[in-house]
Design a protein around this ligand. Structure first.
Ligand SMILES: [Zn+2]
Length: 239
């Protein structure tokens, strides 16, 4: 197998790796989007639940006050009914004072109930808004989820195709060449094989020695960039 063929194989393997990395990046971006959507939905549901709990709290306070007021009203009614039967003036005054105090207490309770009614009304409005937020988040989640699932399947198919193609290339390549590919790839970041245009290595953008550039043009052996250790091959200038 001549050097040009070997370089073609290495370039094809490198391109396959780069493409697969790109697809994996896309897939992780999709997964990130899915997590984000789920988070938004969870947050919307929590906000709705919190609003419902607030509202329930207000209603409970209202019911408690309401029952206090009822008890007091009954007390007032009973005390008033006892008034005509009271013998002494002192006792009469005491009972009257008790009625007045209970009435005052009830008046304060009624004020509180009115204030809580305002909060219930506001709470109902907030809950309604949170429910709408939730619906929007659910819709966005369902619509996007479907799209993201389709996208994921597409990219996973693409990844499987690339893996299949890589296996084919690797199976047809001489084992020694595969060893060079693997060991060089381990040694460098990014592509392990890059072209030299003019005298410049496209891996590190440093000019290689002119004699080396001349050697590259003859395609007699595999060469490594003395600066970045990538495999280099000569390629004519861009049009
Ligand atoms: Zn280089």
């Amino acid at each position: 197998m001549d050097v040009k063929e070997q370089i073609d194989i290495l370039v094809a393997l490198q391109k396959n790796d780069t493409d697969a990395d790109q697809v994996r990046k896309l897939l992780s971006g999709i997964a990130e989007k899915q997590r984000h959507l789920e988070k938004e939905l969870t947050a919307a549901v929590s906000a709705k639940d919190a609003a419902a709990a607030d509202l329930e709290g207000f209603r409970k306070s209202y019911r408690l006050l309401e029952s206090d007021a009822k008890v007091n009203l009954e007390l007032i009614r009973k005390s008033k009914s006892r008034l005509p039967g009271v013998k002494s003036n002192k006792e009469y005054q005491a009972l009257l004072r008790q009625v007045e105090e209970t009435e005052k207490k009830n008046s304060r309770i009624e004020d509180e109930m009115l204030a809580i009614l305002d909060r219930i009304e506001a709470g109902e409005q907030v809950l309604e808004e949170r429910k709408q937020d939730c619906l929007r988040a659910e819709n966005a989640f369902e619509t996007e989820k479907l799209r993201l699932v389709v996208e994921t399947e597409k990219e996973e198919t693409h990844l499987a195709e690339l893996a299949e193609k890589r296996n084919q290339i690797a199976a047809a390549a001489p084992p020694d060449l595969m060893k060079i590919f693997m060991s060089t790839r381990k040694m460098v970041d990014g592509p392990m094989i890059v072209p030299v245009r003019g005298n410049t290595c496209e891996g590190c953008n440093i000019n290689i020695p002119p004699q080396m550039a001349n050697d590259l043009r003859r395609f007699e052996s595999l060469n490594f960039c003395p600066f970045c250790n990538r495999i280099i091959y000569w390629e004519g200038p861009r049009d």
